[in-house]
Design a protein around this ligand. Sequence first.
Ligand code: NAP
Length: 369
Amino acid sequence: MGEYFTVSYGGTFGFRRQDLMDQLKAEIALVLHVHSLDNFYFSCRTCYKFSVGFVLNREKRYSTKEIKMEISILSTSGGKQLATLTVDPNSTLKELKTQIHRLKSHLYPDRQEFRQEPRGKGLDESKTVAALGLKDKSKLYLKDLGPQIAWKTVFLTEYAGPLFVYAWIYTRPWLFYGEDAASQPMSQVSHIAAICWVFHYSKRILETLFVHRFSHATMPVRNLFRNCAYYWVFAAYVAYHVNHPLYTAPCQIQSYIALGFWTVCELGNFSIHWLLRNLRPPGSKERRIPRPTKDPLTLLFNLVSCPNYTYEVGGWVAFTAMTQCIPAGLFAFAGFYQMVIWAIGKHRSYKKDFKDYPRGRKAIIPFVL
Ligand SMILES: NC(=O)c1ccc[n+]([C@@H]2O[C@H](COP(=O)([O-])OP(=O)(O)OC[C@H]3O[C@@H](n4cnc5c(N)ncnc54)[C@H](OP(=O)(O)O)[C@@H]3O)[C@@H](O)[C@H]2O)c1
């Protein structure tokens, strides 16, 4: 049943209307503990006052004393019964995870994922038992995600590795190319490439610490080894070739044009990260439709869903052109391949989750993919 509400909001001019609406919708939904608001409208009453109205579809709330029910928790692998929980319809999946943790101490909440089918999609832990349509004696499947590690730790380890590996090879050529290497002159491009590389990974570390607002606190620990191997080995492979005494740099004009392109891509990548940060209120897991701001580098959002990946790939293509080095090109290609897969997935979820998602955006390459 929809209920109709109007509220007044005092705001200052300077917002783009769509930004304001998205922000208001999200904030009101947060205060009312509902997922989203329908039929939201906006009108400008006076210079400084806006009026908004919306239909609120509230989930039916039950008295917690009213009903108690038993839910069977089965393992996704083999369907083995793990526990039977006594819950009420208002219990969230997050609360169920805490109950399971009390029964099985190794299954801490971040390690658990609930599903309605053994191979189904992971359920949102903020959903209540009633919202999922579960009744007395219903079944829920639990996937053990394995030991977890904090996302920030993963990112910092992943990015600190390539930074130090590259800097180590660059500053100590005699360790890798023999005693004579230290006395041989290094090309200017090798110096510029080292600065670009160190800058890029320092930026990523700082963004991980101070910019990104992640929605997941942890990830499976096994991913750490895979991701670190990828970044660390590639860093050594690229650094070994670009700093080699026999390395031949391309002509200066090519390197400088590529350096200019690389700089724009780094700035663009940062602009998108900053925009995404401002899209999510602190401490929330909210996802909104990203739209360009006044920053011209965010205009790429008109064309693709993941412009940060577009800029990232552009940066590595520019690095490859600047150094004219095959290992750098292979690294750019590997990153591109991975980011295409992620961008397609994110693009699909945007289209699925937001009915008003802008048509015409591609995933990562404007007009193409
Ligand atoms: N060279 C390579 O191989 C490679 C590969 C991948 C990434 N990277 C680099 O690492 C950067 C970060 O990668 P990523 O995969 O974490 O990027 P991402 O998925 O675009 O996310 C960046 C941050 O923005 C948040 N976010 C994304 N969409 C949002 C939305 N609609 N509303 C609110 N917040 C949103 C994310 O939170 P969530 O926690 O909810 O996702 C995350 O904190 C990339 O931009 C790229 O520069 C490089």
